[in-house]
Design a protein around this ligand. Structure first.
Ligand code: AMP
Length: 207
């Protein structure tokens, strides 16, 4: 099962990826988490990505394509995987296709920008493992003992910028995958569990 979770920043991709990963026993891969880990470790990739990320801009395609190809070559991806936050541009989608990767489902989480703006103010992430919480909807648990922090790019101005980038650069991927017959839009249901149920129903019915 090869799956992409598409959706605006704050649509719940990370939260849903974690649920699906548990249910299906395949890894959830987030380029955002990989980049944040690289920044913490101070690697050259991390240094390069940091300024783009802090401003809410996209990291250049060639950096992302390198990271994702390397990650997908690891043995835990052999049975399938869930991509969270990648691809984010047509160039990234084309690179994955050129690498021979064919997706079974591209689930697009549909949610209004106004809801996102509200939601992002309550997001907290674990600084150690990257797990995502919300102070009301998904109460934080420090499962791995890491500190819970607000992401630097969750400031309202940066969120606005990231939403604009999403509509401009990433939303065209819906047409890209619709043309390939694998696009499955899912409306945000409010409670996390209801949205998970809708996604899993699509995956099980089809797959
Ligand atoms: P995320 O955790 O998915 O919201 O990603 C946080 C930030 O990392 C984004 O705002 C981008 O700056 C960068 N990023 C993550 N994934 C990608 C990607 N596939 N393409 C470009 N930039 C990315």
């Amino acid at each position: 099962m090869k799956l992409i979770l598409l959706g605006a920043p704050g649509a719940g991709k990370g939260t849903q990826a974690a649920v699906i990963s548990r249910e299906l026993g395949i890894p959830a891969i987030s380029t955002g988490n990989i980049l944040r880990a690289a920044i913490q470790e101070g690697t050259p990739t991390g240094m390069k990505a940091k300024t783009y990320m802090d401003e809410g801009h996209l990291v250049p395609d060639e950096v992302i394509i390198g990271i994702i190809k390397e990650r997908l070559a690891e043995p835990d991806c052999a049975k399938g995987f869930i991509l969270d936050g990648v691809p984010r541009t047509i160039a990234q989608a084309e690179a994955l296709e050129a690498a021979g990767i064919k997706f079974d489902h591209v689930v697009s989480l549909e949610i209004a920008d106004a809801t996102i703006m509200e939601r992002m103010s309550g997001r907290r992430v674990c600084s150690k493992c990257g797990a995502s919480y919300h102070i009301v909807a998904v109460p934080p648990k420090a499962v791995c003992g890491g500190e819970l922090v607000t992401r630097k790019d969750d400031k309202p101005e940066t969120v606005k910028n990231r939403l604009a980038v999403y509509h401009r650069e990433t939303e065209p991927l819906k047409d890209f995958y619709r043309e390939r017959g694998v696009l499955y839009p899912v409306e945000d249901m409010g409670p996390v569990e209801a949205t998970s149920k809708a996604i899993l129903a699509i995956l099980r019915q089809d797959g």
